[in-house]
Design a protein around this ligand. Structure first.
Ligand SMILES: Cc1cc2nc3c(=O)[nH]c(=O)nc-3n(C[C@H](O)[C@H](O)[C@H](O)COP(=O)(O)OP(=O)(O)OC[C@H]3O[C@@H](n4cnc5c(N)ncnc54)[C@H](O)[C@@H]3O)c2cc1C
Length: 347
């Protein structure tokens, strides 16, 4: 029998993120599939409140860590934290959201515990009492199914690996751990966090819609001129009005990084595709993007796909989109923004 530990952190508003709730679902699934008990370990100023939110998840034990030294992401404290939670719960399987915070420490924790770690886990599967995980290799082109006999096994789950856990709140008793840490070992002091303002934040993993801009936005248009400034205006306004996440084709992000005056907010982090990201959103809208295979491979997890392109024979028309609008994206986005403005004003 396995013993499962789910490690979670409370966000700055005292909530559990969608990614954390997905990890809870994964823990519940494993616990049922492997008929094994599971413990939830929560780090946060008030772990009891977060534990109450998931009180009905079926965990056999809740551990909490509220000491201040553990509240901020930092390698030395985070690794000691998971090591202690794992020892306390005698965990053989350790699950954590594959965020930058936990992915950074899981391999080190596995080393300390004499275990193994796998990050970017896409899915957990249980068959005949055995756990398998899936991971993508070779630029997202090959999916591997892996098993390991070695324990403990630390797993950093990619966002979207499971549906977020939903269920009853419940009063549970949380055992607060007092984890000793030598202050001399804390060499990293976190002075604060800097992040782009929400209006500049274009990558929104939880957005309903992925909006992809392609290099066509920078090309000469019917009047013989390129209109990058107008393109930037239309795209930013759409992102503000719709809350969509912004993706880009490789051609467009390459142009941006070559210092050309293109879309100032577009970086390599926005690139979707074989050498870019594989985001997960329920819907996607591609504009001025040809829909070539190395780009579309990044749309694997987008359920409903639509594209706007002047070319009726573009890649999207070849079975890669559910709907292709053969139209000028400048005109479409202008009209779409006007409709969204209208809707906003009528609210
Ligand atoms: C090894 C390898 C890895 C790669 N990895 C990636 C990757 O990760 N991601 C990626 O995106 N690409 C990747 N590529 C590149 C990929 O093959 C394409 O070259 C790239 O996706 C093309 O970008 P695009 O569609 O934006 O530009 P283009 O091919 O230039 O297409 C522009 C499109 O805009 C349309 N258009 C122009 N004006 C308008 C308008 N007013 N209204 C509507 N439509 C308009 C045109 O009809 C055209 O279809 C990779 C290639 C290789 C070889």
């Amino acid at each position: 029998m396995e013993t499962i530990l789910v490690v979670l952190n409370v966000d700055e508003n005292g909530n559990l993120s969608k990614h954390a709730l997905e990890t809870v679902s994964a823990g519940v699934k494993l616990s049922k599939g492997l008929s094994s008990p599971f413990t939830v370990g929560i780090v946060g100023p008030k772990p009891e409140l977060a534990a109450e939110l998931i009180g009905g998840c079926g965990a056999t034990h809740f551990l909490g860590v509220s000491a201040e030294a553990f509240q901020i992401p930092r390698y030395v404290t985070d690794s000691v934290l998971i090591e202690n939670l794992a020892n306390k719960s005698q965990a053989t399987l350790i699950l954590a959201p594959g965020s930058s915070r936990w992915n950074r420490v899981l391999p080190g924790v596995a080393h300390r515990l004499g275990g193994r770690a796998d990050l970017h886990v896409g899915e957990l599967k249980v068959a005949e009492g055995k756990l398998s995980i899936t991971k993508w290799y070779y630029r997202q082109r090959m999916e591997a199914v892996l098993q390991r006999a070695h324990r403990p096994w630390c797993l950093g789950l990619d966002s979207g690996a499971d549906a977020p856990w939903q269920g009853e709140r419940g009063q549970v008793s949380v055992e607060i751990l007092d984890i000793p840490i030598n202050p001399a070992e804390i060499r990293t002091q976190v002075q604060g966090a800097k992040s782009p303002s929400t209006s500049e934040q274009t990558i929104r993993p939880d957005a309903e819609l992925l909006f992809v801009a392609g290099a066509g936005w920078t090309k000469k248009q019917a009047d013989g001129q390129a209109h990058p400034d107008r393109a930037a205006e239309l795209i930013l306004r759409f992102l503000q009005l719709s809350g969509a996440s912004l993706g880009g084709s490789k051609s467009l992000v390459d142009l941006s990084s070559e210092g050309q005056s293109v879309l100032p907010f577009m970086t390599h982090l926005n690139q979707v595709g074989q050498t870019g990201a594989t985001p997960r959103h329920p819907k996607g809208l591609a504009t001025c993007c040809h829909g070539e295979e190395p780009h579309v491979v990044g749309w694997r997890f987008i359920n409903e796909r639509r594209a706007v392109n002047l070319d009726p024979n573009c890649g999207w028309a070849h079975g890669k989109a559910d709907v292709l609008y053969v139209a000028d994206a400048f005109q479409v986005m202008e009209r779409l923004n006007a409709l969204l403005e209208q809707e906003k004003q009528s609210k």
